[in-house]
Design a protein around this ligand. Structure first.
Ligand code: 13P
Ligand code: ZN
Length: 210
């Protein structure tokens, strides 16, 4: 895909997420890999109104090459590209239900999003919690690197999800799936829930990968 087409796609998918309430105000950021670096949404930009030509371009060493100043969460994105092979795009949102779970005092830090439907297993997998740091603090990147690429998604404590995918659409779809499962989890919080068991999870992984 050409850089121009990728810029258009980032703006298109960002707007779609914004219009469906997956992000509000200037929350969230999205990046996609290029051969010579990556594109990332500018800091303080609204995902609903991106100008494709002003999306920031960063080289492999993290230097700002062109466009508006990059998201302050560039650390989160680079941590995924550099620790999880096959990452072609990263989506960070403050989507409501995933963020609600990230604020729960009793969340299981090793497994924030329960495997209750096949699609969350197929698209997202097991999601660990990353300890709270201030937005834009590079320490969150170090926490993600420490996971050594084992997870496609993490939940930042009291903040929101970060999701990696092999390309932009995959990462966006996985972020949507994570949010929907978070919503189900909140809806079902007081009900006895039947999780998929390990045999069912392994079967999905074998057939659909992840
Ligand atoms: O989600 C955000 C901070 O965590 C938004 O930050 P940016 O506007 O710098 O991308
Ligand atoms: Zn954020």
């Amino acid at each position: 895909m050409t850089e121009a087409r990728l810029r258009e796609d980032i703006a298109l998918l960002s707007r779609s997420l914004f219009e469906r309430g997956f992000s509000v105000g200037s929350a969230g950021n999205i990046s996609a890999a290029l051969e010579d670096g990556l594109l990332i949404t500018p800091t303080n930009s609204c995902l609903g109104f991106l100008d494709p030509g002003r999306i920031s371009k960063i080289d492999h060493r993290g230097r700002h090459l062109s466009g508006d100043p990059p998201s302050k969460e560039i650390f989160l994105h680079r941590a995924f590209y550099e620790s999880r092979s096959g990452t072609g795009a990263v989506v960070h949102l403050h989507s409501t239900f995933a963020t609600a779970l990230s604020c729960l005092a009793d969340i299981d830090p090793g497994d924030c999003i329960p495997p209750i439907t096949p699609y969350v297993v197929m698209r997202v997998g097991q999601v660990p919690l990353v300890a709270y740091v201030r937005p834009g603090d590079a320490k969150a990147g170090a926490f993600i690197r420490a996971l050594e690429g084992r997870h496609a998604a993490v939940l930042l404590a009291n903040h929101g999800p970060v999701v990696a995918g092999k390309d932009l659409r995959s990462a966006v779809y996985a972020a949507e799936e994570l949010e929907e499962t978070a919503k189900l989890t909140v809806l079902l919080r007081d009900a006895p829930v039947r999780r998929l068991d390990q045999v069912q999870i392994d079967d999905l992984k074998r057939v659909f990968g992840n």
